[in-house]
Design a protein around this ligand. Sequence first.
Ligand SMILES: NC(=O)c1ccc[n+]([C@@H]2O[C@H](COP(=O)([O-])OP(=O)(O)OC[C@H]3O[C@@H](n4cnc5c(N)ncnc54)[C@H](OP(=O)(O)O)[C@@H]3O)[C@@H](O)[C@H]2O)c1
Length: 230
Amino acid sequence: MSERLKVLVTGAGGLIGSAIVAELSKHFDIIAHVGRGRNGYRGNNAFAILSYDFSKDAEEFVNLVLRRWGPPWAVVLSHGIYEEGGVEDVSTENLLRVLRINLISNLVIASRLGAVMDEGVIVMLTDVVARRRPWLYRSLRPSLAYLVSKAGLDYAVAWLAKELGPGVRVVGIAPGWVRSNRMKETHMREASESPLGRPVEPEEVARTVAWVIREARHLTGIVIELSGGL
Ligand SMILES: NC(=O)c1ccc[n+]([C@@H]2O[C@H](COP(=O)([O-])OP(=O)(O)OC[C@H]3O[C@@H](n4cnc5c(N)ncnc54)[C@H](OP(=O)(O)O)[C@@H]3O)[C@@H](O)[C@H]2O)c1
């Protein structure tokens, strides 16, 4: 049986999630959550892999984690969907679907696991656009559902930190442009016009998450922007 502390990483098959697993697995046993299999976890450095679709109730996911491994020492919530859209795309179905995956599952997992963790840290991935005007990205048109889901997470960080502290710290990470092969030329141009002059690397997000978990024992209730100065 391993003596290393356990860290649950959701969205571990994604761009940022896989970089987080690669970084954190140097120090912790990683319980890697993968979603609907589209971005199945491909690394070999996870202690365990768990598949779950957050279109379903996240309570069941929490129960599964607790039954199999007990409370983890840290939780990194990196799952989510990005959607574009205008007012014509707003519907009850759309709002409920995106909020369920991006917001409600995060709130349920953070609250339920945080309540049974004696000590540790919860990190949530939000988006710098939720802290600015909705048209921050000139070449993107994030949907209302996406924006509201991320704004909700942004707001929840402080509430969760107060409820779960001082034992459990809660920190948000708000990236802006993150380098990936999904970025179009217009996206790259926009990122190159930011004060940083380039997109942030997924590995830089991962190293910040590792710093928050391992070293920044004084940080809670705040959201760190990794936006290149946007
Ligand atoms: N990349 C960026 O530029 C950027 C910028 C700002 C904020 N962020 C935020 O950072 C986080 C990670 O982003 P990323 O770029 O790594 O995203 P990504 O590459 O698209 O990965 C997202 C992950 O979420 C999982 N997921 C999606 N829908 C799910 C569902 N219904 N149930 C369970 N899992 C689901 C996906 O798994 P499956 O596909 O297998 O379901 C995937 O592993 C997200 O919260 C995102 O909003 C990213």
